[in-house]
Design a protein around this ligand. Structure first.
Ligand SMILES: Nc1ncnc2c1ncn2[C@@H]1O[C@H](COP(=O)(O)OP(=O)(O)OP(=O)(O)O)[C@@H](O)[C@H]1O
Length: 450
């Protein structure tokens, strides 16, 4: 039962309201000092406050003072001011001071009930948002926001391997944050004062990639008018980040392997072997084992590159991160737009956590960027998201196999939802689902949810 504080000195009204407010655990106070004592003791989320309190029962000065003190102690508390029916002006003054709403005497029970319900709902929403904001501060690696246990483990691994010279391969779907891990590996390494040179192997045409990587001497080919050093040499002393390594053409794979084995390069058209000291980090969204089977990637190169493999899970496998990242991005982009969007309505958050996010964090970030420009606010609703939720991230949903499959799928989703809502707190998630903790563990094991 929710705790509600009623600050009212009129015994008749106290009685009437006590009866109307039966659904709450009601605390009463008849003056300012009692009201403050009750606030400290019971921490009510919502307060009903009569402005006419002794010693100024006919005026509003004591009531407004009480309002200010209540809000100074618990700014999140929603104070609903009770006023006489001719007292609109003072009601507005109270709202300007931070009261959530007002209600004029004589009260219509339904109106009061509705105002109370909305006040509690708003309090809940703000509390959820603020707890998410506190949690977000724990970014395990610079720029990486996560509460997912697998991601946290990856962050730990990065911290550990960053100081060594091992070659790191970051693997994961597009938009999962591979580049963030690659950059963190450099920034935490002893080479962080030197350059991080990145090259996207998929973005450069095959015929240019070789000279881009290895450089060339003057006259090496038509148009080679001056000696030019390549990316590998440019990274001397620092880190070389080879993005989309799965797209490296076979011809260059052999050349890269030689460099990794001997740590020397030859510029195109040159004969000198130039020693280069770089740490190599690479990333790909492709399944390299599959490419090896198809003969499109050299196995020996794979073994050279994959001394440490970081497998970044897709966003849909990190249920708690969707809510966390959505809030972090909303705060960031709303601020940059000068907009005061305060959070997501519960149904919008449910839509976000149900969506499959084929484009992972990048897609989520883009959705929230758009929302921060377009949403009316102050709370973001489902229509503001502009997500095609019927398509579940574009994947066509096949017809279910049987009732058991439908039930299991629904159960799995409900568990993921509960975990998202409680940021992975098993005890709270179990309570939300109405099962015991061991039962929830059992189900998570059954559905392979970590
Ligand atoms: N955990 C995270 N916390 C904060 N921002 C993130 C996180 N993961 C990804 N991002 C953001 O999402 C976007 C995509 O991340 P990134 O470029 O690292 O992904 P990627 O896996 O390298 O993608 P691609 O394979 O397409 O190159 C970036 O703007 C990045 O800052």
């Amino acid at each position: 039962m929710e705790t509600l504080l009623l600050v009212e000195d009129d015994v008749g009204l106290q009685k009437q309201l006590r009866w109307q407010l039966e659904g709450f655990s009601l605390q009463m106070a008849g003056c300012r000092s009692d009201a403050i004592a009750c606030l400290r003791r019971f921490e009510p989320k919502v307060v009903l406050l009569d402005l006419g309190l002794p010693p100024d029962a006919e005026g509003v000065s004591e009531g407004l003072k009480t309002l200010e003190e209540l809000l100074a102690l618990m700014p999140m508390t929603k104070v609903i001011v009770l006023t006489g029916n001719t007292d609109r002006e003072n009601a507005v003054r109270a709202v300007a001071l931070g009261a959530y709403d007002f209600c004029q005497k004589p009260f219509e029970p339904q109106v009061l009930a509705l105002i109370l319900e909305r006040a509690f709902a708003l309090h809940r929403l703000e509390a959820e948002n603020s707890s998410l904001k506190t949690l977000q501060t724990s970014t395990p690696l610079q720029g990486i926001v996560t509460h997912d246990p697998v991601m946290q483990q990856l962050c730990k691994t990065v911290k550990r391997v960053a100081t060594s010279e091992v070659t790191v391969l970051v693997n994961g779907e597009s938009g999962t944050g591979k580049e963030l891990f690659a950059r963190a590996t450099h920034h935490l390494s002893p080479r962080s004062e030197q350059r991080l040179v990145a090259i996207n192997c998929a973005a450069i045409p095959e015929n240019l990639l070789e000279s881009e990587l290895f450089g060339y001497e003057k006259g090496a080919f038509t148009g080679a008018s001056k000696q030019t050093i390549g990316r590998i040499e440019y990274a001397q002393g620092g880190t070389l980040f080879l993005d989309e390594i799965g797209d490296l053409p076979l011809s260059l794979q052999a050349k890269l392997l030689r460099f990794l084995q001997e740590r020397v390069i030859e510029r195109l058209g040159g004969r000198a072997e130039i020693p280069v000291n770089v740490r190599v980090v690479c990333a790909t969204h492709q399944n390299l084992a599959e490419l090896i089977k198809q003969g499109r990637f050299r196995e020996d190169l794979y073994y050279r590159l994959s001394e440490i493999v970081l497998k970044v899970p897709p966003l849909r496998m990190r249920p708690g991160d969707i809510a966390l990242l959505a809030n972090v991005f909303l705060e960031k982009y709303a601020a940059s737009q000068g907009r005061s969007l305060r959070g997501f309505k519960p149904e919008a958050m449910a839509t976000l956590t149900h969506y499959a996010w084929p484009g992972n964090v990048r897609e989520l970030e883009n959705v929230i960027k758009r929302v921060s420009v377009m949403a009316e606010g102050p709370y973001v609703g489902t229509p503001d998201l502009g997500l095609d939720v019927t398509e579940e991230g574009g994947a066509e949903t096949p017809a279910p196999l049987n009732l058991r499959q439908v039930r299991e799928e629904a159960e799995r989703k409900a568990i993921l939802d509960a975990m998202a809502q409680t940021e992975g707190n098993i005890l709270q998630a179990a309570a939300l689902l109405g099962v015991s903790r061991p039962t929830l563990y059992g189900l998570m094991h059954q559905y392979k949810i970590r």
